[in-house]
Design a protein around this ligand. Structure first.
Ligand SMILES: [Zn+2]
Ligand SMILES: [Zn+2]
Length: 260
């Protein structure tokens, strides 16, 4: 699907929406859920005014309660607990301080909601897409903030690749593909190492964990073979070239679009 923009929200895929964080996220631990798409993403049932729908947010390997409430004006709001609020403030102290002092913090982080089911959401954070690398960057607080994001992104990537290198499930996925098809071809571009490099390429392909937004301190014990995409090294590089990482479906669309 295409990205859908609704106020400060972007829906990236059926199970993935992002919120550009604002004052009410930092000050009150809540965010409005715009009517058209985002409320549908959160699958808020037909609640009447004042009714509450409880959901669970998982962040950093821990679970937090949150609720969706229908306001007097008919709007919907997601509110999370003080515990998660403290985690967010500790993670983004510079931005929190700026809001607390009534200053404009500039570019705020993006809160990513990955829907596991309508009652359960995985949350992670990243820097905004359209990050403005202008001179204001040189101001101290902005520098600190950018550095923190960059480290964060790197940590996630390094952990992701480590998981992929050591994964037992990827070996299973490779064996399964060999059993089923007798070959190992990139799921995105059909590149086949054995065809290209002969004996030297036989049995080689890379496994990519599709559920990339999982918190990086989990060691993937709950990963299933179906969570693995078998891809060539080029496609794998491009998947991870920029945040947010491309999905296999997005990559297929790119490859097919270019080749047609
Ligand atoms: Zn490929
Ligand atoms: Zn990967």
């Amino acid at each position: 699907m295409d990205r859908i923009q609704e106020y400060s929200w972007t829906q990236m895929a059926g199970n993935w929406a992002e919120k550009q964080m604002d004052l009410s996220c930092f000050k009150r631990g809540q965010t409005g859920l715009p009517k058209e798409h985002i409320r549908r993403f959160f699958e808020v049932p037909e609640l009447t005014q004042g009714q509450v729908h409880t959901v669970t947010i998982r962040y950093g390997g821990r679970e937090y309660d949150a609720r969706i409430r229908i306001m007097a004006n008919g709007g919907a709001r997601l509110e999370w607990t003080g515990e998660l609020q403290r985690e967010i403030r500790e993670r983004f102290p510079v931005i929190h301080r700026a809001f607390a002092r009534g200053n404009d913090p500039g570019n705020t982080p993006v809160m990513i909601f990955e829907k596991v089911n309508h009652l359960y959401f995985e949350v992670s954070f990243r820097k905004p897409y359209h990050y403005d690398y202008d001179k204001s960057e040189l101001r101290d607080n902005l520098q600190i903030r950018e550095e923190a994001y960059t480290k964060e992104g790197k940590v996630i990537y390094v952990q992701h690749r480590r998981r992929e290198r050591n994964s037992r499930i990827i070996k299973q996925a490779i064996e399964r593909a060999q059993d089923l098809y007798g070959t190992l071809a990139c799921e995105i571009c059909t590149f086949d190492f054995a065809k290209r490099y002969g004996k030297e390429g036989e049995g080689y392909i890379e496994g990519h964990h599709k559920r990339a937004l999982k918190s990086y301190d989990e060691e993937g014990e709950d990963t299933h073979v179906d969570d693995i995409a078998l891809v060539c090294s080029n496609c794998h590089r491009i998947i991870h070239r920029r945040m947010p990482w491309k999905t296999v479906e997005e990559m297929k669309a790119i490859v097919n679009g270019l080749s047609s």
